[in-house]
Design a protein around this ligand. Structure first.
Ligand code: LER
Ligand code: MN
Length: 275
């Protein structure tokens, strides 16, 4: 039985998107994660160029937590940057922003840098052509995959539920896009919350992703900590074991009822499956 490493998603700046928590005192939150037995932290960064990276490095070093992945969704949520915006200059700004996320991942997680492509893919604008959006997305991902490969960085594309985007809701759609992209440093992120909404059979979708699965977000059916909803996490872990998944389980959850309870309940619920 492989031992899954557990990380927790935090945002480095306050944000509108609620399922990634913000800690006023990031250093203290990182130390608390380490104390509870977390193996790493996933950092969501709006704009790496506006970030005090030396400060992040100091907090990470003090907590001794490695970075599991760098999240990019705040660039969309806060700044409206996406790879499928109808405006060419916005698409270009999105690609430039994501290059800086790739550089940040290479700097903060030199052993296995991973960058998440989630909400930043954007959506098909009302009345617009889905094929055009897919073309823009493929062009952006192709360019970013080459840039990332030079820095040893991998990217993971995340199927996201229909209430947040209308572009790539399912694992099957995302795998089909990865087939067209044909870049071996780009894989899939499976988020248990989105999968519970969109996948006909979430466990079969894990099998279908197989070696192309690069990262996993864990959240219960209500997007709260594992154990707060009705998802069967032992079955999810068994499916991940079947495909010999060796990446992270990263909790991307609402900080409810409060951040401390969310942290402790996540690890208490998943711990039996981690060892
Ligand atoms: C968005 O719902 C999500 O799950 C994030 O991982 C996207 O950046
Ligand atoms: Mn997610």
């Amino acid at each position: 039985v492989p031992r899954f490493r557990l990380s927790y998603a935090l945002t480095t700046q306050p944000a509108q998107f609620a399922a990634i928590s913000y800690a006023q005192d990031l250093g203290a939150r990182l130390n608390r994660l380490a104390e509870l037995g977390y193996d790493g932290v996933e950092l969501h960064v709006r704009d790496p160029r506006a970030e005090d990276v030396a400060r992040l490095e100091a907090f990470l070093a003090a907590s001794r937590l490695p970075v599991s992945a760098i999240g990019t969704g705040q660039a969309y949520g806060e700044d409206g940057l996406s790879f499928t915006d109808p405006l060419d200059e916005v698409r270009q700004a999105a690609v430039a922003r994501c290059r800086s996320h790739i550089e940040l991942a290479a700097r903060l997680a030199p052993d296995a840098p991973l960058v998440i492509i989630g909400l930043m893919r954007g959506r098909v604008a009302t009345g617009a052509d889905a094929a055009a959006a897919e073309g823009w997305l493929l062009a952006a991902l192709g360019e970013l995959a080459l840039f990332a490969a030079d820095l040893g960085v991998r990217l993971c594309l995340e199927p996201i539920n229909r209430y947040e985007t209308n572009l790539l809701n399912t694992v099957a759609e995302s795998l089909a896009l990865l087939d067209r992209l044909a870049a071996d440093n780009v894989g899939l992120l499976f988020d248990t919350f989105h999968a519970n909404i969109e996948e006909p059979n979430p466990l079969a979708s894990i099998d279908a992703a197989g070696p192309r699965l690069f990262h996993v977000h864990v959240a219960d059916s209500n997007r709260r900590h594992p154990g707060a909803g009705h998802l069967d996490f032992p079955q999810v872990l068994a499916a991940l074991t079947r495909i010999a998944y060796s990446g992270w389980l990263s909790a991307e959850i609402l900080p409810q009822p409060d951040p401390e309870t969310a942290l402790t309940q996540t690890i208490d619920t998943l711990r039996p499956g981690l060892a």
